[in-house]
Design a protein around this ligand. Sequence first.
Ligand SMILES: *Cc1c(COP(=O)(O)O)cnc(C)c1O
Length: 404
Amino acid sequence: MKYKKRQFYIENVSAERIARKFGTPTYVYSYDKIKNNIYNFKKNFKSINPLICFSVKSNSNLNILSIVNKFGLGADVVSKGELISALKAKIKPEKIVFSGVGKTIDELKFAINKKILLINVESENEIIEIEKIAKKNKKKINIGVRLNPNTDAKTLKKISTGKKENKFGLTEKKFLELLYKYKKSKFINIICLSVHIGSQIMSHIPYKNMLNVVNRIIQKSKFKFKYIDLGGGMGIQYENNSNKLNYAKYNKLIKSFLKKNNSKIIFEPGRSIVGNAGYLISKIIYIKKTNSKNFVILDSAMNDLIRPALYGAKHRIVPSKLNKAKILKKHEFVGPICETTDKFLNVANYQKINQKDIIVICDVGAYGMVLSSNYNLRPKPAEILVNNISTKIITKRQKLINII
Ligand SMILES: *Cc1c(COP(=O)(O)O)cnc(C)c1O
């Protein structure tokens, strides 16, 4: 959080200025924060020299992808649209991996045509389709196979992906079966084992359990994988004083894993690269006072930022201008949408705020704008990139005329 003279700043531009210049609600990203997050991520895993593929689904803005490319990351995509965007941002095909349980034949063909590094398959039927395409094109295609390690990521239930009841990946038995089955295939080359156990993971323990399972299965398979794709999921601090993921411990676990398995590590981080670099600037429309609490009704809503409504996520909401008056009453920040779940945050008390004041919803760089919709026929917000004192519109605010 950066306040200068009691005013909230994103790099060297105040939230007030952004609201005045571009209107609200507006997503704002800090170039510096993205750059530093990438730098830190690289530094944390320097000793294992991984290929880092940014998870495009967390933020697919072309300008953001260009920054990610500029600082040397590849991309993890989950649709043809994301693949096209990654290529458009000049990310090299040999740094792109394609994940997802339901890639269509059209998507597979497109990815194969573009010669991306890996398609991470999640079912036998998907391998069969890839084999057909490979046969037609008379080439051998590199794939990864996603394992479901049945480990608990100890995160929100709705963003866990590595338990056996989740749709993702293959069970140990099926995984091993496919390895043997396709070992001598003329068209399929299994070069990667991939896992991704969930998102917003705050402890290295789930990763430790995951690595233990992966190691055991590799030993059992006697297979040599050129790549081990460990997915993403590194959590960020959404609340003051929350735990931090211990990267040093995770790195150490991977180092000892690599002593037994000589492979290149791939990561697919999304949230940890862009999450804390994004802000949603909003204006207070009304404050509705009741006996038990004050409803602070914002001009942003669940169509702009759905994480609180979708999985009970908490985002700090801070005033753009600090004052010393404290109102000792429960405040509930809500949007104008006609849904009870259109609610951002409850706080025990808050500083004095008024109608038309600007507030800032923090840490919305990942799974924010990408999940926005036109529900209630509301136009999607603008996106602004801040770099030092400069501001640049990277997505124009939608106009009603274009959605009606
Ligand atoms: C969503 C996803 C990621 C990124 O997860 P983060 O929590 O944003 O790091 C990586 N890999 C796969 C396969 C995913 O589905």
